[in-house]
Design a protein around this ligand. Sequence first.
Ligand code: SF4
Length: 446
Amino acid sequence: MNVSILEERKGSIANKRGKGVSCERESVSGSVSQRACVYCGARVVLNPITDAYHIVHGPIGCASYTWDIRGSLTSGEDTYRNSFSTDLRETDIVFGGAKKLTAAIDELMEKADPRPKLIFVYATCIVGVIGDDVEAVCRMTEQKYGIRCIAVKAPGFSGTKSQGYKLACDAIMTLIAPHKNQAKQFGVNIIGDYNLSGEMWIIKGYLAQIGIPVISTITGDSSYGKLIQAPSATLNIVQCAGSSVYLAERMQEEMDVPYIKVSFFGIEDTTSSLLRIADALGVPELSQSARAFAKKKTAEVLPIIEKYKPYLKGKKAAIFVGGGFKAISLIRQFNELGMKTVVVGTQTGKKDEYEIIGSIVDEDTIVLDDANPAELERFMIEKQADILVGGVKERPLAYKLGVAFCDHNHERKHPLAGFAGIENFVREVHLSINSPVWQYVKGGAA
Ligand code: SF4
């Protein structure tokens, strides 16, 4: 496959340790970016709030695109797994859709069980064009029913997926700000973890064993009642920095809750994150406890890595994920396995994250921001990748080329975080790369 790179995309692709790679900019028109839209960015952050109702004010396609979008698990209600839409049609576009939105909310308040305490109303592309006053409808809903109803004005065309993350963080701030003066309590909020396959429960379990209480989680397995306790925490730990560091910064500034960034993928990052959380809390006993815990867990997991290493050593990986921090952790995990990362890219990586990526990959590794399918396919072939790590949109690209695939996104079916996740990750990479199926398809599509 000989795909030429669009002229406007050349600055977003680099080798030489990703030096000077252009990022944090809007996608190039016509380049069929792998990125999701602004609205989708907002929805993925807010969707896991288990007892929230999500009304998508727009055509039905926007709602179906993001229905049950994350594999977030719940220990409480499962309202969030439904999707509600005003299903805007041509006449609504011509005459306005605000009345239809009010009617949808009234119907929800009348029929929904359990009765809504919290509603998010998303304004998608066409509403951004026709200009319905969604905020006024939300305000009236709050007055009429005495519940929280928050507008998320997120037309897909209005920026990048990162803009959607920011809008979601603003919506969370709108929700919790009235509760910012409550008394502080010792413990952390886990931010930017969406409890995919129960990963957040694993991390919560580790913190409990070390002796660190968790006050609130944003937004995996969260609820309205738990979210509003978040301002009382001593420390925010931010797992997915791409989606949530803005929220952590606002909470630090407006609620006096400091934050640290963490990552729970791989031995190195999981260990370092647990130690840094304990150190940041400033209690020496917790630091000792975290060290002992990480040492014990590492000793348990090292033999598993050694078992699979002979099958994986020397293999080549391509990575295309949402944020830079996850990409960094994955490169380190592949290094631990004796594998080389030959292509690495993200949807929303930031300059400082690309600098870290550059410091841990080889000179000839391709680093690319906001890639399109043609670029990913070209570099996977050129670099002879043995596996692609990505999400649902990347899976068919790999299979089409006869390349193994590991889902590290919303649809993953088993936890990949923490020490427990390391075994699942290593086994999945091994089973996929060394599956006999590739000998029958390799080269067929290329
Ligand atoms: S908000 Fe716009 S880009 Fe996003 S799904 Fe809806 S129509 Fe598509």
